[in-house]
Design a protein around this ligand. Structure first.
Ligand code: KG4
Ligand code: ZN
Length: 336
């Protein structure tokens, strides 16, 4: 069997990343240059700064990915790149780079949907995982419950009506003075808090059975903090963080288990930055164990943005015959 070697590029938000992935699941290198320290100064990602930093870093990151894999561009069979959704200026850097390499080296170009990348991160360490399975994608920009019916074939069962799960983590972290990025900081401080200290609402959304809403929960946390300040009650940030994290986890687990029952799924995976949260993983693992459902999740480094996951997705798109031309463009609001 011929090996298909893909150079994958990801630049949709604040990580400049490149990876070499062989046959979709064998990661030979995975280089991530994070801009987090830079954006921390501003309390969140500044799009213009992200674009500029991607331009500065992208060649270096690609060279490192090839070097780590002990390969050169001449060894590659295709170029995979995230072309949406994401910040348009940030996406454009990766897309332009990928097109330049594809043109110069006469290589096939495969545009990848960022969420498809997150889902495909599960293939890398779980060699036995194959569709069909259910996947919950929880990141800074997305909260999607997706039925993966085949490689590259997705049915969206539900998504957030307002804030994404990761966005709620980031906003609540800011409100309790933890700074950016909020997810890992909330998780850390929650270990010292009581998850049952404060009863935050578990939002029910009318209509779509699997849709999510996190803006109400975020407002409830802000109202609680304001109420404490007005009444002169002492705030325990660890209790607020742990109670918030529990509320998010409860809603995500409930929706996922409901869908597992309704669609009779026997495999369930989580993906995206929030999927690296230990409390969420443990709760999902336990809920799946009770149902006899096989639970999958990527390692934390493959949950947050990276190019290895884009290489995994690009491989299955490549096998399916997907090819993009040099007119491939960044699409900030690309639909799955
Ligand atoms: O997938 P990702 O790197 O970027 C997007 O595609 O959005 O996800 C980033 C999001 C951020 O909102 C961050 O706060 C959240 O994932 N996150 C976490 C954790 N690590 C990252 N949320 C909860 N717990 C974590 N440990
Ligand atoms: Zn992402």
């Amino acid at each position: 069997e011929k090996e298909i070697k893909i150079l994958a590029i990801e630049s949709s938000c604040d990580e400049t990343a490149a990876a070499v992935v062989v046959n979709g699941r064998d990661v030979r290198s995975n280089v991530i240059s994070s801009q987090i320290a830079l954006h921390t100064l501003y309390g969140g990602v500044v799009p213009e700064i992200a674009s500029r930093k991607h331009i500065e870093k992208i060649n270096q990151v690609i060279e490192q990915a090839l070097e780590d894999a002990h390969m050169t561009l001449d060894d590659m069979d295709a170029i995979g790149v995230t072309y949406g959704p994401g910040l348009v200026g940030a996406l454009l850097v990766g897309v332009a780079e990928a097109k330049a390499i594809a043109y110069a080296k006469n290589l096939p170009l495969v545009g990848v949907h960022h969420i498809e990348g997150h889902i495909s991160a599960n293939y890398i360490e779980n060699k036995d995982l194959e569709p069909p399975f259910l996947c919950l994608v929880v990141s800074g920009g997305h909260t999607h419950l997706v039925k993966v019916t085949d490689y590259g074939k997705y049915e969206i069962l539900g998504k957030t009506r307002d804030d994404a799960a990761g966005e709620a983590f980031d906003k609540v972290a800011r409100a309790i003075g933890l700074g950016y990025p909020g997810g890992p900081k909330i998780e850390k401080i929650s270990h010292e808090g009581n998850p049952d200290a404060i009863q935050f609402p578990r939002a029910k959304v009318g209509g779509g059975a699997y849709d999510f809403s996190f803006s109400g929960l975020k407002s409830a946390v802000l109202n609680y903090l304001n109420g404490c300040k007005m009444k002169g009650i002492e705030i325990h940030p660890a209790d607020v963080a742990a109670s918030f994290q529990k509320a998010v986890t409860d809603v995500l687990v409930e929706h996922a288990m409901h869908a597992i029952d309704e669609f009779g799924m026997d495999r369930f995976a989580i993906a995206g930055g929030v999927a690296s949260n230990g409390t969420l993983r443990a709760a999902m693992e336990e809920a799946c164990r009770k149902k006899g459902v096989q639970f999958y999740h990527p390692s934390p480094i493959l949950c947050t943005d990276n190019a290895a996951m884009i290489g995994a997705a690009a491989y299955y798109d490549f096998l399916a015959g997907k090819r993009d031309g040099l007119d491939l463009n960044a699409i900030p609001n690309l639909k799955l």
